[in-house]
Ligand binder design. Structure first.
Ligand code: LIP
Length: 274
């Protein structure tokens, strides 16, 4: 199976680079964005074209493989993970950034087999940042191994915090309460506008944690393996095991830091699940 996964990885990487060229060619072009769940949840033709390029390319090489893609699910496609080899794809994570030519968007692509992540790829084509991870083989940025920080003290933590793509009043109220609770107790927060790139910063060791209520499985699928292979933890924000379809995630450099963040969070349970 290891040899097969090598082949899956090589094909995925080739297609990701092609998709990156497509994204680069469209940056700054006056893009027409359609609205999804609200006026800050955007999708462009490039999101859809990238997802099609990846799915068509992988499907041509491996016809039995399954897919969970953000834009395919948005059009009524399946969001069901089985034991079959399944690619979980966010074609452009940070579509709002892409529309504004703010250079923090990425392709997020993960392969799951028997419901376990085997490959994680997060590629920001605007800044040429290629984050990769293979199960049991470490995490890398542009081929150089990376490691999560060893930060275990909340007061010294730099935490990635997103405003999200929802206007839901209850969700926004929870976001503001958690910001008020946690910001006075830490070094600071940063917001990239992309869940996958936030997770890449934790794997890179330049941020110590990230949490968000309201993400989707395609936002976190690649980042989960990247952080775990970099030595960090990815769990449910209440402290339990990650539930990939619950639309909740907490990532941290160490279990000790994760525990302190959990103790300071007011929990929120986005519905519906993925
Ligand atoms: C989203 C980001 C948003 C973040 C969400 C998701 P999308 O990506 O734009 O900042 O909070 O978790 O990652 O919807 O543009 O692919």
């Amino acid at each position: 199976m290891a040899k097969e996964i090598d082949i899956f990885y090589d094909v995925a990487l080739k297609l990701t680079n092609q998709a990156g060229e497509l994204i680069r060619s469209k940056v700054g072009v006056s893009l027409v964005a359609d609205l999804k769940s609200c006026d800050i949840d955007l999708v462009t033709e490039t999101d859809q074209a990238v997802e099609k390029l990846l799915m068509d390319g992988i499907g041509a090489e491996f016809p039995s493989h399954k897919f969970i893609g953000e834009e395919t699910v948005a059009s009524g496609g399946s969001c069901n993970l089985t034991d079959e080899p399944t690619w979980i794809i966010d074609p452009i994570d940070g579509t709002m950034n892409f529309v504004h030519a703010f250079p923090h968007s990425c392709i997020s692509l993960a392969l799951f087999i028997d419901k376990q992540p085997q490959i994680g790829i997060i590629y920001n084509p605007m800044l040429e940042q290629l984050f990769t991870a293979r199960k049991g083989q470490g995490a890398f940025l542009n081929g150089k191994q990376i490691h999560a920080s060893k930060e275990a003290v909340l007061a010294k933590a730099l935490i990635m915090l997103e405003n999200g793509t929802s206007r839901d009043p209850e969700k926004m109220k929870n976001l503001f309460i958690n910001q008020q609770n946690i910001i006075p107790k830490i070094h600071g927060t940063r917001c990239l506008g992309s869940a996958a790139l936030d997770m890449a910063m934790v794997a890179l060791g330049c941020a110590d944690a990230y949490f968000e209520f309201g993400i989707h499985v395609w936002d976190i699928a690649a980042g989960e393996l990247l952080i775990k292979e970099a030595g960090g933890v990815v769990i449910d924000p209440s402290g339990g095991e990650l539930d990939r379809f619950s639309r909740r995630v907490l990532c941290a450099s160490t279990p000790q830091l994760a525990e302190q963040i959990t103790a300071n969070l007011v929990q929120f349970y986005p519905m519906p699940r993925d």
